[in-house]
Design a protein around this ligand. Structure first.
Ligand SMILES: Cc1ncc(COP(=O)(O)O)c(C=O)c1O
Length: 467
């Protein structure tokens, strides 16, 4: 008999999590103004809000933390991080930052001017926020197939190179500071980009003299999919694939809270010494001196080890098979999600679940609230709330997809938790036709509103207006 699959680690330390009653959850979500970000974590049983910084570090990482060198300048920990970035990713120069968006800030303060355009594949929300904040424009060139959640293709995160070339041809070179290639493509469902597509994008960048920036939060998961899905890569190690991926990039930004498996940290890495130098002042002004940039020595040490562990096949296989396991459970219950299962998350197709909730009432957010009420599970909306308003017209943007992302933290939950998540969703799915109303906005910020938005049940507002 073939042995079943099991995790490539065992558990050494645990953290208690608590169940709650539906009545308690109704009270708590109301007090949180129906914003899942505003809930206390103690009010959550299984937290799938994000896989960012929420993973479990290994014994090797914790022991590396004890050896952290906290010198202000030139710390050993900085050199440990530098060596890992050079050996594993192939970049000679880097600036540490306290997380991914801070790395974006350091880079974009240097390279983006008002009126610039940055084409890419479904820019992440903070990336887009940083671009739009500088009155530049992010142009999405993701393949159209990514919009059909039921279509099963191996590299749904790819760039449509014809769309990209049109943008590169249309705008003068000086107006395009970089092409932003996000690996894996988080917003399109944690979907990978093939090596063939990476090469094609890099070739276009070369042809038009534009820099290629890889937003690399989940680069290792992307490499796993290349190894397991793309012809010619099955016999290569993850580390070999990673080196090849980055051989095509000029710059990478990294949220180390994902594939470097740390709770906080990030960096921007460069091939060009000149660009590295011109970004340094923004690191010093916003993050800290160039050899720590907002990170402690112990965190830099843990990051260096995390880069090594995060690019091991056994670790990645355990991680991605857990996400697939949750997908298989949802298949059993007929719940639609972005297919195939993504690297870090399952993205439930909320529009196919809640058919009676109008788009103006935030379909995926409504599903997220229902899932929380059902079982204390916290997911996150990737839909109209996140899409925010058009920076020029200020009209709400309604994206093609309304997704509820169930992000799985690394090395944190067991498959029993996956079973609870699947059954909770099934229960919501079974009563889907009774859910006919969503939520309306009571308060929102001018930019990146989803983090702090305050909502109210849609009918309450209507009544209030009528009164
Ligand atoms: C693709 C991508 N880029 C950038 C970021 C920003 O990173 P951070 O949350 O560390 O600021 C994220 C965070 O989720 C992300 O998924």
């Amino acid at each position: 008999m073939e042995l079943p699959f099991a995790e490539s680690y065992r558990i050494k330390m645990v953290e208690t999590i608590k169940r709650s009653t539906r009545q308690e959850r109704e009270q708590w979500i109301k007090e949180a103004n129906y914003n899942l970000f505003a809930l206390k974590s103690d009010y959550v049983f299984i937290d799938l809000l994000t896989d960012s910084g929420t993973g479990a570090m290994s014994d090797r990482q914790w022991s590396a933390m004890m050896l952290g060198d906290e010198s202000y300048a030139g710390a050993r920990s900085y050199y440990n991080m530098k060596n890992a970035i050079k050996e594993i990713l192939g970049f000679d120069y880097f600036l540490p930052a306290h997380q991914g968006r801070a790395a974006e800030n350091v880079l974009f303060s240097t390279i983006i001017r008002k009126g610039d355009v940055l084409p890419g594949n479904s820019h992440f929300d903070t990336t887009k926020g940083h671009i739009e904040f500088r009155q530049a424009v992010a142009i999405d060139c993701t393949i159209d197939e990514a919009k059909n959640t039921q279509l099963e293709i191996p590299f749904k995160g790819n760039v449509d190179t014809a769309k990209l070339e049109k943008v590169l041809w249309q705008y003068p070179r000086e107006q395009i500071p970089a092409v932003v290639l996000t690996v894996t493509n988080n917003t399109a469902g944690g979907q990978p980009v093939s090596m063939e597509n990476i090469k094609a994008v890099a070739a276009l960048c070369k042809k038009y003299g534009v820099l290629l920036l890889m937003d690399s939060a989940r680069f290792a998961e992307n490499a796993y999919f290349i190894k397991t899905r793309e012809a010619g890569y099955a016999d290569k190690s993850i580390k070999e694939i990673v080196r090849e991926m980055f051989s095509y990039a000029d710059i990478m930004t990294m949220s180390s809270k994902k594939d470097a498996i740390v709770n906080i940290g990030g960096f921007v890495a460069f091939k060009s010494q000149e660009l590295w130098k011109s970004c340094q002042k923004f690191c010093i002004m916003n993050e800290g001196f160039i050899t720590y940039g907002g990170m402690s020595g112990r965190d830099m040490n843990a990051l260096a080890v995390g880069l090594d562990e995060g690019t091991e096949f056994d670790y990645l296989e355990t991680r991605i098979r857990q996400v697939e396991y949750l997908g298989m459970k949802l298949d059993e219950y007929g719940i639609p999600y972005q297919r195939p299962a993504g690297g870090h998350a399952i993205f439930v197709d909320a529009r196919r679940v809640l058919r009676h909730v109008p788009k103006e009432q935030f379909i995926a957010q409504t599903l997220g609230i229902e899932l929380y009420l059902e079982a204390g599970i916290r997911a996150v909306e990737i839909g109209a709330l996140l899409a925010d308003r058009d920076p020029v017209t200020r009209e709400n943007r309604y994206p093609d997809l309304e997704l509820l992302r169930l992000a799985i933290p690394r090395r944190t939950y067991t498959n029993n938790h996956m079973d609870v998540i699947a059954v909770a969703l099934k229960n919501v799915y079974d009563r889907r036709d009774s859910i006919t109303k969503g939520y309306s906005i009571a308060y929102e910020e001018p930019i990146m509103r989803h983090f702090t938005v305050e909502l109210e049940p849609a009918e309450t507002r209507k009544e209030a207006v009528e009164l």
